[in-house]
Unconditional design. Structure first.
Length: 319
């Protein structure tokens, strides 16, 4: 019989204690990470072009994640008849990368160092931003990890090369990723209507190996056919911008865009990807809690991450 946390010791309700991600153990020493997955906060939002506030995303998502910290026996899903994230899946929280105000390059370097530490430990890096520019150091850290394919779920293409000398803001990460020899392609879904990238950016993205789908195109395809567009055998890095979701369910972001995904639109795609591919890294970005006084956006982010981790480690256990 599986032992639950309720049966011995403290009850440890969600609003009690320290808000690590999912109330998982905190590891301060980045040379002593022993885990299957490690959470890194990247509270950087100097790359934003409009509303700041994503620097508080890691705190907001961590606090929201405590809602899902009941017990220690995993989360049973009656639809799938699976207990996800059982006790033998080791998840730790290694805190935040140090951010140096106004210094993008130093801040990005510190984020990259955190991801490299996780990879060196053999764990799955899960980075909570921060604006989408934090994806740049995350992808930099994979330069010795073999080929990867990027799945981007986002309202915006983020494929700007340079504007007024800016190459490392939150409109640039997918362009910087596509330039890497070890990034074999990008699947960019959720991209819609008024975007931050001009037509030449779309032309460049397709020329550099991008497959671009809007929300409506994804819904017509369905989750299985959408996931099937990722090349067979690809090792996948997932970058999820919370503005991929409709602001009706995720208003807490700097650049909301109506017409976005709903919860199961994204969840079912992620489940398909986890079943079909090795997922090698994750970042979830652009949660700006102050724009959502209900806390719903942070809860959505935490729930998506925990479910995605459940799918990944269940797929690994199935071989």
């Amino acid at each position: 019989m599986t032992t639950h946390g309720y049966e011995a010791g403290r009850l440890d309700l969600p609003f009690v204690g320290i808000s690590t991600f999912g109330k998982r153990p905190y590891v301060a020493d980045w040379t002593a990470i022993e885990a299957d997955a490690a959470i890194l906060g990247a509270p950087f939002d100097f790359g934003t072009q409009w509303r700041p506030g994503a620097r508080f995303g890691p705190r907001g998502v961590r606090e929201a994640s405590t809602l899902f910290s009941f017990g220690h026996a995993g989360a049973y899903d009656h639809e799938d008849d699976v207990t996800y994230l059982p006790g033998d899946v080791r998840i730790v929280d290694i805190g935040d990368a140090d951010i140096v105000h106004t210094d993008t390059m130093k801040s990005h370097a510190n984020i990259e160092a955190g991801v490299r530490a996780i990879l060196k430990a053999g764990a799955l890096p899960v980075v909570i931003g921060g604006d989408h520019s934090v994806n740049i150091p995350c992808i930099n850290a994979f330069d010795d990890q073999g080929d990867i394919h990027i799945l981007q779920i986002d309202a915006h293409l983020d494929f700007v090369d340079e504007r007024h000398g800016v190459r490392f803001g939150h409109g640039n990460p997918m362009r910087r990723a596509a330039e890497k020899a070890y990034v074999t392609g990008l699947t960019q879904i959720g991209i819609r209507n008024v975007s931050s990238t001009a037509k030449e950016g779309y032309d460049d993205a397709r020329a550099m190996g991008s497959d671009i789908l809007s929300v409506r195109q994804v819904r017509k395809l369905g989750p299985e056919a959408t996931a099937a567009r990722i090349p067979k055998g690809a090792r996948v890095y997932i970058t999820l911008d919370i503005d991929a979701f409709c602001p009706s369910i995720a208003p807490g972001t700097g650049t909301p865009s109506h017409g976005g995904f709903l919860y199961y639109d994204v969840l079912e795609i992620l489940q398909q990807v986890a079943q079909r591919h090795e997922v090698v890294g994750i970042d979830l970005v652009e949660v700006a809690p102050d724009y959502d006084p209900t806390g719903g956006t942070s809860i959505l982010a935490a729930q998506v991450l925990l479910n995605l981790l459940g799918f990944i480690f269940h797929a690994r256990a199935q071989g």
